[in-house]
Design a protein around this ligand. Sequence first.
Ligand SMILES: Nc1ncnc2c1ncn2[C@@H]1O[C@H](COP(=O)(O)OP(=O)(O)OP(=O)(O)O)[C@@H](O)[C@H]1O
Length: 668
Amino acid sequence: MSSDSSDSRQLLADVPQQQEKEQHELQVVVSRGSGTGSADTTPKLSKRNSSERSLPLRSYSKWSPTEQGATLVWRDLCVYTNVGSGRGMKRIINNSTGAVQPGSLMALMGASGSGKTTLMSTLAYRQPAGTVVQGDILINGRRVGPFMHRISGYVYQDDLFIGALTVLEHLNFMANLRLDRRISGEERRLIIKDLLERTGLLSTSHTRIGSGDDEKVLSGGERKRLAFAVELLNNPVILFCDEPTTGLDSYSAQQLVATLHELAQKGTTILCTIHQPSSQLFDNFNNVMLLADGRVAFTGSPQHALNFFADHGYYCPEAYNPADFLIGVLATDPGYEQASQRSAQHLCDQFAVSSAAKQRDMLVNLEIHMAQSGNYPYDKELDSFRSVPWYKRFYIVWLRATLTMLRDPTIQWMRFIQKMAIAFIVGACLAGTTELTQLGVQAVQGTIFIMIAENTFHPMYSVLNVFPLGFPLFMRETRSGLYSTAHYYVANILAMLPGMIVEPLLFVAITYWMTGLRADLYAFGITATCVVLVLNVASACGCFFSTAFNSVPLAMAYVVPLDYIIMITSGIFIKISSLSVAFSWTQFLSWMLYANEAMTIAQWSGVQNITCFGESADLPCFHTGQDVLDKYGFNEANIYRNMLAILGIYFGFHLLGYYFLWRRARKM
Ligand SMILES: Nc1ncnc2c1ncn2[C@@H]1O[C@H](COP(=O)(O)OP(=O)(O)OP(=O)(O)O)[C@@H](O)[C@H]1O
């Protein structure tokens, strides 16, 4: 073992350029957060979360990327994706082998569609569900697994944030979810302050992130820096960045890459896909991997890449951007597709048998050999992490959902104001009509129907976009292990709940008294409870449709026919006993029927003195409340059973909603 280790050190010393300089730099302890206050008065960052990383020479006797830096190697890696509907699997990465070491800033380059994102997400253990991976990927000799989410950071090409939050709130939420539970509040505060300083976001810490084009508050560069700050929270030993400079102006891009360079010098291993960097930007990378159609066309230093291309007849003109040149050689020329693909493949073949490839293979094989003969009996580093308990995670997700809801006027306030306006209109139109007369019976039943319908259709449609809108962020966060589908689903429902109780209560209070329904506390209580239940069950139904279908229009296409069934069986339009046998089962799903029966009973139970039309014995007449109940086929004994039935449907829809969200999350 020891001789192997010394060989390996020799090998590591030979492999890519600047090794001696890097080894020296890696010994240097660089302090995270200079300027976080006096050592005497301010709590210090714990070692676990300090970016101080003194990297000794790699020892194979233990697995410890935090102490030794992360060496990522992969061998004969093939990645396939399912192209769906019987078309089988498509190979995206073809026999890729490579290595990236601590202190390295590697650029993953290639033409669009060459497989950069696929390779990087696979190496980071963040490949989409349904992807088949063959080959070895090891980090310090350990096969990559879910632990990668804990020790690595991944900056996505597209930043996803909740626009209603401020920069500081977002970082706080993320720190609470991602950091070890034993890190004190004060330490978290220091970590966040330090990151804000390092990413230049201190002055925007109380600025809303913003979303969409019209209310965008943070600039593109600031959003990107915030994404970096989040990924740096847990001081990752390896950082993956997917096209971090895309969409940034040259100055911001330069600053960002300089930050990456600085991080790499402190010992972080960094792998970065990048599109056509300027020469100045490209100079920051000490390693490059070029891909062509999923194959490796070169890996090594940028200068060696130019030499290798020159050796095969591709000379980079003076004053030409080397990155543009390298990508240009490998890209497919429109009109000359076959010829350009052939020449790119030829370069890949040549590289596979080159001395640079052999040197790379030696390092990779050594790592894999050491891993096979190595022994990591006790994974102290991974075992020592204590994640946030489930109830705290739930609280954090709920708090974030509640804040988002309160701050988004389109979700809560506009809906609320509209609802109150409708309550006043209904009240004003029907005021004084609900007397104990034959016409009053119709008016009471009409009022009940309006109360139910208003609290069914609109709430149902208004939640249809809640889950589709948040789905991309939910997917990203849940796959990083920040919280579970159950956390997310229940937290969102509970965040909506207060509004879903207050809103129908106010609606009932206004319409009930304005229309002059039965002046009885019990009748009012039953009516209010039923309306609250109706709004909640309708929203639960909307949640179910929003998780079951990929888009709001598709969900609408299915939900509208269901609405008709629920409405037809509400007991207003047809006596339930006269429904055809084929459709009579639908009444059991109809919360409108259950609510209508309970609210009708509350209005008419025990009423004795309904006035008839004139004296004519020929005209039908309801003399008592029981006559009204009989007309609709309602039974006084069902009042509480109806409310329980609505509650049952409510939980049924939410269970289905949760199931479909879980299923979709598993498939992505
Ligand atoms: N789920 C998928 N189904 C089918 N094809 C896919 C899938 N994912 C990726 N591909 C294909 O694999 C190839 C590589 O995709 P990838 O996103 O990794 O390329 P890239 O080099 O990152 O491209 P870009 O620079 O444009 O982002 C592309 O041709 C893409 O169309």
